[in-house]
Design a protein around this ligand. Structure first.
Ligand code: CP
Ligand code: NVA
Length: 297
């Protein structure tokens, strides 16, 4: 039987995603030890840097009774050219779940095609679905159901933005994207999202009456050499107190972190009363425990 993977939010149905959010909230409230993944092993292969994703998966699998083994290309045979499909076949005979963080999204798809155990996308150049589980959980905890709400995406049409597009369809909210010209998300994703997404270039129009305002770095990992060019292109796309003032009075602010104060977000917003970024980061742990329980339990 083919394993279930979590490479994008679209790998799960709306009902399954809602179940995961409920489970994440329930697991967070649990005080007694709960170890449904006792003796299970999580393999982790990260081509890029990580703080939250790595720590939340390692802490999460231990709390569920299992353990993790972490590999980077530097200290595995991947860095010396062993084919990915060979690594997938070998690792999936030894571990029960694998989380991959790669540059190219195709890499996780290719790996999953050769894996006998569930593969989780821990961020690629196109998607960051685990972050969306935490973001939706955080919204639900603070404001209730996200269905029918207006979410403003301010900034790059990157992996986070594209995961928000998928989330808009699957969790049934409206996403208004404002990005600089030339930094739009993939046209096909936007087209497939239909009425769930508005794509424009005006941060004020996006933020107006929003229930949630979200942004991310202007230069993602792997785009370091574009940094200066991007700072110039994105200068009018900072989430400032003035921009937040256009949103609903009880609007929340989220950012997947790491954040750059004074670039994509003003320090007063990130540290202000509408910001829930620390809860959002913590919820990576709870949401991914729910995900691992679902895929390997
Ligand atoms: N938000 C997020 O994925 O953070 P890390 O890059 O630290 O894992
Ligand atoms: N868009 C960012 C997200 C980091 C969690 C990146 O890909 O670097």
């Amino acid at each position: 039987m083919k394993p279930r993977h979590f490479l994008t939010l679209r790998d799960l149905s709306p009902q399954e995603l809602r179940h995961l959010i409920d489970r994440a909230i329930a697991l967070k409230a649990l005080k007694a030890p709960y170890e449904p993944l006792r003796n299970k092993l999580l393999g982790m292969i990260f081509e890029k840097a990580s703080t939250r994703t790595r720590v939340s998966f390692e802490a999460g699998i231990v709390q569920l009774g299992g353990a993790a083994v972490f590999l980077s290309p530097r200290d595995s045979q991947l860095g010396r050219g062993e084919p990915l499909e060979d690594t997938a076949r070998v690792m999936s005979r030894m571990v029960d779940l694998i989380v991959l963080r790669t540059h190219r999204h195709d890499t996780v798809v290719h790996f999953a095609n050769h894996s006998a155990v569930p593969v989780i996308n821990g961020l690629t150049d196109r998607f960051h679905p685990c972050q969306l589980l935490a973001d939706v959980q955080t919204y639900v905890e603070h404001r209730g159901d996200i269905r029918g709400r207006k979410v403003a995406w301010i900034g790059d049409g990157n992996n986070m933005c594209q995961s928000y597009i998928n989330a808009a369809v699957l969790f049934d909210f409206h996403l208004h994207i404002a990005c600089p010209s030339g930094y739009e998300p993939e046209a096909q994703l936007v087209a497939e999202a239909g009425d769930h997404v508005t794509l424009g270039h005006d941060p004020k129009a996006a933020a107006r009456d929003a229930d949630l305002v979200v942004t991310d770095v202007w230069a993602s990992m792997g785009q370091e050499e574009e940094q200066q060019q991007r700072i110039a292109a994105f200068r009018d796309f900072q989430v400032t107190p003035a921009l937040m003032a256009l949103a609903k009075p009880d609007a929340l602010f989220m950012h997947c972190l790491p954040a750059h104060r004074g670039e994509e977000v003003a320090a007063e917003v990130l540290e202000g009363p509408q910001s829930v970024v620390w809860d959002e980061a913590e919820n990576r742990l709870h949401a991914q425990k729910a995900l691992m329980e679902f895929l390997a339990g």
